[in-house]
Design a protein. Structure first.
Length: 432
């Protein structure tokens, strides 16, 4: 809790969670960067088979947290779940170095991810008092760790795998996971203690009240809004990447910018833009003008809608000609700004709305929204081949704007539910 010494103005525990998450993301994205190439070039699987395996694996990676979060809340506890999950994931990454263990390795990584993914960020909320304005920003700091890991992974694991052998790349991913686990074990003294297990019965009794029903309905509404939003947002790695190849003039003088380089813009911009954005939010909070989490998410969705509106106008203006790569760069700047408003804030909101003793389970529900949103994005992406470019980008604009409207409608209920659970936590604290 607060009162402990800080690093960079935040509780020391946030740095531990940040670094643990960064190395976990390094291992996850490092392995994922190699996966399709490994299947098609080393295992000699067909494109359709490798695509199906890839899609199944990534879907499981966001589905297992629902089960892992429930197990963590009911039996293991968050800290033990993180340690078990990280250990299992590291084992899975090292198993990838042995070809006969390929499918078992993928299942092992997905299983470990189920324990790890919801249990780590659900500990952030306990580092702060309810009235601490840094609590809402903490998830943006945590989100930078995701993007640092995601940015470094292809450069290190990808290079090792492509030039020295696939198994070296997978081994590097495993080493990254081990580093994250060691950081978490070393930094455990800076993390908040978990509530005694004997409180679970009282918490479960509270979970039968009407408050829990209102909370679940609200989370469902936010989850559906985020699903709609991700239908537009996830096109960055799908149809926007196709447009970068066929609809963008990537010539910069005599040099042609590789189309994959634009994918690195998003994590790089997250790293660069987050400090400025946090300083802006801090000034607003000091003046008493800070936006509520749901309203902040709505602003983010609306900014993302503007980024796709830009692409619609550019594609309409250029017609059959290729657009300048500067427009695509500007698109990523606007999109990343909106992303920073909505995605880390949404993760934080799910943690703050978590009923007592259900923190990991509630955070896992956020990743279920990512799972459903990714599936919806795949469906939306099928319209690319049948619609004109301006019409398609206007469709994405409409989806993001619809998500903003839905989130704005949920703002008042979200504030009420968050207040009721904070009152419950305060009452539980007084009873201790």
């Amino acid at each position: 809790m607060t009162g402990q010494k800080t690093w960079w103005g935040q509780p020391r525990g946030l740095t531990i969670l940040f670094l643990t998450n960064m190395w976990e993301q390094f291992s996850y994205y490092g392995m994922r960067a190699l996966l399709v190439y490994y299947m098609t070039k080393e295992l000699l699987l067909g494109q359709q088979a490798s695509s199906f395996i890839y899609g199944t694996y990534t879907a499981l990676a966001y589905f297992t947290p629902i089960l892992g979060g429930a197990i963590a809340d009911r039996w293991l506890g968050k800290r033990r779940a993180v340690i078990i999950g990280a250990s299992v994931m590291a084992a899975g990454h090292f198993m990838m170095a042995f070809e006969p263990l390929f499918y078992l390795a993928l299942g092992t990584i997905a299983l470990g991810n189920g324990f790890f993914l919801p249990s780590l960020p659900s500990q952030i909320n306990d580092l702060y008092r309810a009235d601490d304005p840094r609590r809402g920003w903490a998830y943006n700091v945590y989100y930078v760790g995701i993007n640092i890991g995601g940015f470094l992974a292809p450069l290190i694991c990808g290079t090792l795998g492509e030039f020295y052998g696939w198994h070296y790349g997978f081994g590097a991913a495993g080493i990254g996971m081990v580093i994250g686990l060691l950081i978490y074990l070393w930094g455990g003294r800076y993390l908040p203690p978990e509530a005694p297990r004997q409180q679970a019965a009282a918490a479960q009794e509270e979970s039968r009240t009407q408050k829990l029903g209102r909370t679940y309905l609200l989370l469902l509404g936010i989850g559906l809004s985020v699903t709609v939003f991700r239908g537009a947002y996830e096109q960055v790695g799908n149809t926007v990447a196709l447009w970068a190849d066929t609809g963008v003039d990537r010539a910069a003088g005599a040099f042609t910018i590789p189309m994959t380089w634009f994918q690195a813009l998003n994590p790089l911009l997250v790293i660069l833009m987050t400090p400025t954005l946090l300083a802006h939010w801090r000034r607003r909070a000091d003046r008493g003008r800070e936006h509520s989490p749901a309203r902040k998410m709505a602003i983010g969705a609306l900014i993302v809608a503007c980024s796709y509106l830009l692409l619609a106008l550019v594609s309409l203006g250029t017609g059959a000609e290729r657009a300048s790569w500067l427009w695509l760069t500007l698109f990523f700047v606007i999109l990343t700004l909106g992303e920073l408003y909505i995605l880390p804030t949404g993760l934080g909101l799910f943690a703050r709305l978590a009923p007592p003793r259900l923190g990991a389970t509630t955070v896992a529900a956020w990743f279920l929204a990512i799972f459903s949103g990714s599936l919806f994005a795949g469906f939306v992406g099928t319209l690319w081949s049948s619609a004109s470019r301006p019409v398609f980008f206007i469709t994405l604009t409409s989806l993001a704007a619809l998500a903003a409207l839905l989130l704005l409608m949920l703002d008042r209920p979200a504030r009420r539910v968050e207040a009721q659970w904070q009152d419950q936590r305060d009452a539980d604290t007084l009873r201790l």
